[in-house]
Design a protein around this ligand. Structure first.
Ligand code: NFE
Ligand code: MG
Length: 501
């Protein structure tokens, strides 16, 4: 028998997302992923000064503004023919690194952990931790909230197979609160060199406007050490404990099983700390930006389908027949690609990366799993946590390379006519901005964003996007509580504000 359920909205992610799944005999047989709003940043930018771009595109998202700012200034660096000095490169890495840390921590604790941790365990709590006692009152609905959901964001929730271990539940809940403080600290680190968070003012073409002083090096370092302790002693152990409690989720949510990374965090030798590549069929191939196109047959746009981003267009068509999403369908060589921490680590692992390879191999050995298990719900959570450690630890190295007073900015002229492409990696995956300058103004601006890749609808050939494919095969025990499907979707860390931009 075929049944259809609609998860609308999918909660605990950024933006407005609807997922419709068809089930046969209790398993998902088909899925449709819909971005439910139009934003129009690419249109807003037309006719403006190119130097507005890194400010305006950061408003695409409050979670990953640094990544949009970075993609924009990389596109402008190329258009203006300017390269930042070493100090500018290091500060860009330190600002973006801090943004990764906050994003990964908030995704696990605030957006995903409540899919696994049983918050109601706190109702039986008899200890003296004031934080847990406060949450106990909150969940019992005994606080002064006037909300129709007085126990939000903890309850209501989908019913399902939550963790039974009381210590793990109470620890997870306590860490949910601690993680908010860690996120604040990571934001302060980004603001120290980036001017402010969200929407950094210091990210500019040619480098970064902030100065390097002994004081700001010391301040960033002190906060980084606290954050590293949390990642090492709390975040990673919690993810491993959840993974051990849900080993079945190493077999659920596989998806398109092809992965794309542009590479990110340029080092002294010009190579990215996390490399670029395509991971497919168990090996890594070189990435070629000319193979990126965007289809729109099932998207609410009437621009031509299959354009490369440098020539891309954005013509909203809200009433287009047959279309079901405001998200375009980016494809690489005509195929969907998963992007994100798992993609980055699989590409790095496949290249024998000196840091990534032993970490991934160590985790798989600890869980007695083979590498194919990584392509799953739990594999995505594990990759995100490992990457958080890799980035935090490398930030300490970049900080060590800073010297007070070193140059952080190279000057440039904005040409009358130029083009630029900025490829980087946001916390959620491969991010590209393409700028076309004409008459000294922005003639065209296109963004192809991580969640656009992952949450894309079907392409012109009818091939479903990565999240749509990952949902297929998922067993759903209770159609009124499709928790298993929600876990698959949230493992991608979707950001719909970004996806539709
Ligand atoms: Ni709105 Fe973003 C990240 C970007 S995701 S969070 O990470 O770019 O599509
Ligand atoms: Mg776009």
């Amino acid at each position: 028998m075929t049944e259809t359920i609609s998860i609308d909205p999918v909660t605990r992610l950024e933006g407005h997302y609807a997922v419709k799944v068809e089930l046969q005999d209790g398993r998902v047989s088909s899925a449709h992923s819909s971005g439910e709003m139009f934003r129009g940043f690419e249109t807003i930018l037309k006719g403006r000064s190119p130097m507005d771009a890194q400010q305006i595109t950061q408003r695409i998202c409050g979670v990953c503004p640094i990544s949009h700012g970075t993609a924009s200034i990389l596109a402008q660096d190329q258009a203006y023919g300017v390269e930042p000095p070493k100090g500018g490169r290091l500060l860009r890495n330190l600002i973006l690194g801090a943004n990764y840390i906050q994003s990964h921590v908030v995704h696990f604790y605030q957006l995903s952990a409540l899919d696994f941790i049983d918050v109601t365990a706190v109702l039986g709590y008899g200890g003296s931790d004031p934080v847990l006692l406060h949450i106990k009152k909150w969940i019992a609905g005994q606080t002064a909230s006037k909300s129709v959901f007085p126990a939000a964001p903890f309850l209501p929730r989908l019913k399902g197979d939550y963790i039974a271990d009381t210590d793990l539940n109470l620890g997870g809940l306590r860490h949910y609160v601690d993680a908010l403080g860690v996120r604040a600290k990571a934001h302060q680190m980004a603001a120290l060199f980036g001017g402010k968070v969200p929407h950094s003012t210091a990210l500019v073409p040619g480098g970064v406007t902030q100065r390097v002083t002994a004081d700001n090096i010391a301040a960033y370092g002190a906060m980084l050490r606290d954050v590293q302790q949390f990642v090492d002693n709390v975040y990673l152990p919690d993810v491993v404990a959840v993974a051990q409690a849900y080993l079945g989720y190493f077999e659920i949510g596989r998806g398109c099983n092809e992965f794309l990374a542009y590479g990110v965090f340029p080092e002294d030798n010009g190579e990215p700390m996390l490399p670029s590549g395509i991971f497919s069929g168990g090996s890594v191939k070189a990435f070629d930006h000319e193979l990126i196109t965007e289809d729109v047959r099932y998207s609410l746009f009437d621009s031509p389908s299959g354009l490369r981003p440098g020539q891309g267009q954005t013509n909203a068509a809200p009433d287009k027949a047959g279309a079901y999403s405001w998200i375009k369908a980016p494809r690489y060589g005509g195929r969907p690609m998963e992007v994100g921490p798992l993609a980055r680590l699989l590409v790095a692992h496949g290249q024998g990366h000196a840091v990534v390879k032993p970490m991934i191999d160590g985790l798989l050995a600890k869980l007695t799993l083979g590498p194919e298990a990584l392509v799953s719900v739990m594999g995505r959570h594990a990759a995100r946590a490992l990457e958080c450690k890799i980035v935090a630890d490398r930030c300490a190295g970049w900080l060590d390379e800073l010297r007070p007073g070193m140059a952080t900015f190279s000057d440039f002229q904005i040409p009358d006519k130029a083009q630029g492409m900025g490829l980087t990696e946001a916390p959620r995956g491969a991010l590209g901005h393409w700028i076309n300058i004409s008459g000294g103004r922005i003639g065209g601006y296109q963004c192809v964003v991580p969640s656009t890749w992952n949450c894309s609808p079907r392409d012109d050939k009818g091939t479903p996007g990565p999240v749509e494919q990952a949902l297929v095969g998922t067993p759903v025990a209770d159609l009124d509580n499709p928790l298993e499907a929600a876990r698959v979707v949230r493992s991608f860390d979707p950001c719909l504000a970004c996806a539709v931009h």
